[in-house]
Design a protein around this ligand. Structure first.
Ligand code: NAD
Length: 352
């Protein structure tokens, strides 16, 4: 991959490589855009097949954060960190403190947070070196776990899609299939049950479905079957790219609305969904609850603010879905256009 060419093609501002030989730290901080404000985005700690793969992941995720921030009307840009997990990684506490040192060196241009493979304890360690971190524990005046808030945003997005499709936002008696009942999917199931929905769930981790089934009535199906259920809504809450050309022809849902990031494997998938008459509620529009939550924590705002801000996902999704219907172009294209317009209006991030 030609990194600089890719960065120019996709409007990335910069990438910072951070290393420490003794601690085995190999981190990539990708800053996609600071045009609307400091780049905010989580820190992943996971193994990759190659350094190239890790860089690609950081760039892709940072760009998605810019879009999520902008569409949610937050005064922030997008960034992401990938710390490559390997046998050579040393003491975890020191590793994250050292990463905090690098975040501090960016002087607030990038604000980090919890993501796959990191915990609030890691954020505490980063916090010992820099204030440019959010998603710390409630003990330290953090707002706690953002996953239930992400789930609430998804519920708002589902209601918007029901309004678009049936003229009524109620989820009562609607059949909803949830793919993945982890941090977000679990809360989503609980909230949807309260709305009176009928749930079909699946997870590759049996313990997770069992835990949920002990609490509420759900139908459990295998991970292979979940996508082909005849349902009102299919909710991808597991991995990226689960909406792809190999499964779209078999979909029997009316709506796709879930928490997973980058649900479409490629832009053309949005056209296929449109042709099939499936309403796709863009992922970064409805899964922004977690971002709204961590930004509120960073700014010292209350949970009341968070609930209010997340409820606005409903109107936002309604607007995008109706514009998509009127123009007969994919919902994701409408959302992308809104973001690009907003970023282009903000002419520069230079002082003069
Ligand atoms: P998680 O890891 O807690 O949950 C994902 C679940 O999906 C796990 O239980 C996993 O076993 C299951 N899973 C994996 N592959 C599966 C498959 N093929 N079929 C069925 N289940 C499968 O993650 P999470 O925090 O709940 O996040 C879920 C998705 O939402 C991710 O894509 C994440 O990036 C995105 N997201 C999360 C948040 C948040 O606040 N946690 C915010 C925005 C976006």
């Amino acid at each position: 991959m030609d990194v600089l060419t890719k960065m120019i093609d996709e409007d990335h501002e910069g990438v910072v490589f951070c290393t420490d030989r003794v601690l085995g730290l190999r981190a990539i901080i990708a800053i996609h855009s600071t045009k609307l404000g400091p780049a905010v985005g989580g820190c992943r700690f996971m193994a990759y097949g190659s350094e190239n793969e890790a860089i690609q992941d950081a760039l892709r995720l940072a760009k998605a954060m810019t879009y999520k921030s902008a569409v949610s009307e937050l005064h922030y840009g997008g960034g992401k960190t990938v710390i490559i997990k390997s046998d050579s990684c040393g003491d975890r506490t020191l590793l994250f403190k050292k990463f905090g040192y690098f975040v501090e060196s960016l002087k607030g241009k990038y604000i980090t947070a919890v993501d796959s493979g990191t915990t609030t304890v890691d954020m505490e360690n980063i916090h010992s070196e820099t204030r440019y971190v959010t998603g710390i524990t409630t003990k330290r005046s953090g707002l706690g776990n953002p996953s239930p808030i992400t789930a609430r945003g998804v519920v708002w997005g589902m209601k918007a899609s029901m309004l678009e499709l049936c003229g009524n936002a109620s989820l009562h008696n609607k059949v909803i299939a949830i793919q993945g009942v982890g941090n977000v999917g679990y809360y989503l199931a609980l909230f949807l049950k309260k709305e009176g929905a009928k749930l079909i769930v699946s997870d590759i981790n049996n313990e997770r479905v069992k835990k949920l089934a002990n609490e509420i009535e759900v139908k459990i199906v295998s991970p292979e079957e979940i996508c082909v259920q005849e349902v009102d809504i299919l909710s991808p809450c597991a991995l990226s790219a689960t909406v792809n050309e190999s499964v779209i022809p078999f979909f029997k849902c009316k709506i796709i609305a879930g928490a997973a990031n980058n649900q479409l494997s490629k832009p053309e998938d949005a056209d296929s969904l449109l042709q099939k008459g499936i309403v796709y509620v863009p992922d970064y529009v409805i899964n922004a609850g977690g971002l709204i939550h961590v930004v509120a924590e960073y700014e010292g705002l209350s949970m009341e603010y968070v609930y209010e801000a997340v409820s606005k996902i409903y109107q936002r999704a309604c607007n995008i879905l109706s514009r998509s219907r009127e123009k007969n172009i994919p919902t994701i294209s409408i959302a992308d256009m809104m973001v690009k317009e907003k970023i282009n209006k903000s002419t520069t991030n230079l002082k003069t």
